[in-house]
Design a protein around this ligand. Structure first.
Ligand SMILES: Cc1cc2ncn([C@H]3O[C@H](COP(=O)(O)O)[C@@H](O)[C@H]3O)c2cc1C
Ligand SMILES: O=C(O)c1cccnc1
Length: 355
């Protein structure tokens, strides 16, 4: 609890002064007013987060958190839990979607076991993954809480610990996850925090047939009614209906914000983690960038709660951090625009009629 408290105490809002300076600089650059659109909004955001007009974004790290879910016993996903550990081996071997996308954008991928229901000691002792296992899978939240409050705090602190450990070699964090069944806790989290029925927020996840969606929604509805998570208490929501990797993502977001570093939020599950972080500390939102709009239906509500517009809209619904890795080059473009463009004055271009 000490690490969490200390982290929460050191999160400050982004700098309004640096946002203002970035805006003034952009208005002096040789283009019609705000002609690079949301790339410029991104540049302003990054200046405010990092307190620098020359914000560093070169070193990008997606932290891929893995965990299993007791709710899988309710038939809410077409896949068996064993796919989680199989995919962890695939990530380490470089063969997954995230590995391919990350290679193409110069993004490093690190894998952490937050709660996989399998023995991963071989990969841990080989230094291939971080061992942050809270427990081998959550409990079934249709029958009781997914985890204890202590475990929820442990998962948050594991994420904070990863942010701190990776910070010396990271300018921008990205969130990623793997955990069969994890669209169900994510749907529960957005339902609780938006105070809505889960029905319209629930989607197919990893290809659950349309005919099973009503069942998935009903399981989640029952889990919420049974556990009665308190929407005003993010740790309680995480403990009652969350997941260990979701707690890890929330912790990563808190840790990054405390370090004044941006975190690129991936899709549906990562946004659930971001929502938990924001429920615990609203100022964390200043340090979050929403990479893309997931095709999972509840994601629009998540984006609204986070107060963010996704950068990309490509129909992605893979997770793993793939959308976060894909959006990373936009940060380089934002930096280059702010630092590399000429001003009207320096290039001797008239700004008449532009401002
Ligand atoms: C082979 C495979 C690779 C994946 N990579 C990410 N996910 C994604 O699908 C899972 C969530 O969907 P649900 O809640 O329906 O189980 C998560 O592991 C998520 O990362 C995958 C799923 C599968 C099957
Ligand atoms: O948007 C996502 O992150 C997502 C959606 C479905 C399944 N897995 C991940």
């Amino acid at each position: 609890m000490k690490l969490l408290t200390e982290t929460l105490n050191s999160i400050e809002p982004a700098s309004a002064e640096l946002r203002e300076q970035a805006t003034r600089r952009i208005e002096s650059l040789t283009m019609p007013h705000w002609a690079l659109g949301r790339l410029l909004d991104l540049a302003v955001d990054l200046a405010g987060m990092t307190r620098s007009l020359e914000f560093p974004v070169a070193r990008k790290t997606v932290v891929l958190m893995a965990g299993d879910h007791g709710i899988v016993a309710e038939g809410v996903t077409p896949q068996p839990s064993s796919v989680t550990v199989q995919m962890v081996h695939n990530f380490v071997a470089g063969g997954a979607g995230i590995n391919a996308v990350a290679r193409s954008t110069g993004t490093r991928v690190v894998v952490a076991d937050l709660g996989v229901a399998a023995d991963l000691s071989d990969l841990v002792s080989a230094g291939k993954i971080f061992d942050c296992k809270v427990a081998p899978g959550t409990c079934n939240f249709a029958k009781g809480p997914a985890m204890t409050r202590l475990q929820a705090v442990a998962s948050l602190e594991a994420g904070i610990g990863l942010a701190r450990r990776l910070a010396p070699e990271t300018d921008v964090f990205g969130s990623g996850e793997m955990g069969i069944g994890n669209t169900s806790p994510s749907s529960a989290i957005v339902a609780v925090l938006s105070r809505q029925d889960p029905g319209p927020l629930v989607g197919p996840g990893a290809a659950l047939p349309q005919s099973r969606l009503a069942h998935k929604a009903e399981v989640i509805r029952r889990g919420i009614a049974l556990n009665r998570p308190d929407p005003a208490d993010g740790i309680d929501v995480l403990a009652k209906v969350g997941g260990f990797e979701i707690g890890g993502i929330a912790g990563l977001a808190l840790g990054a914000a405390a370090l004044r570093k941006p975190m690129m939020v991936d899709g549906f599950i990562s946004s659930a983690g971001a929502l938990i972080a924001a429920a615990i500390s609203p100022a964390v939102k200043d340090y979050l960038i929403l990479a893309h709009g997931s095709s999972e239906p509840g994601h629009r509500t998540m984006a609204r709660l986070l107060g963010k517009k996704p950068l990309l809209d490509l129909g992605l619904h893979l997770g793993e951090g793939s959308g976060a890795a894909l959006a990373m080059p936009l940060l380089d473009a934002a930096r280059e625009v702010l630092t590399g463009m000429a001003t009207f004055e320096s290039a001797n271009v008239t700004s008449e009629g532009v401002r």
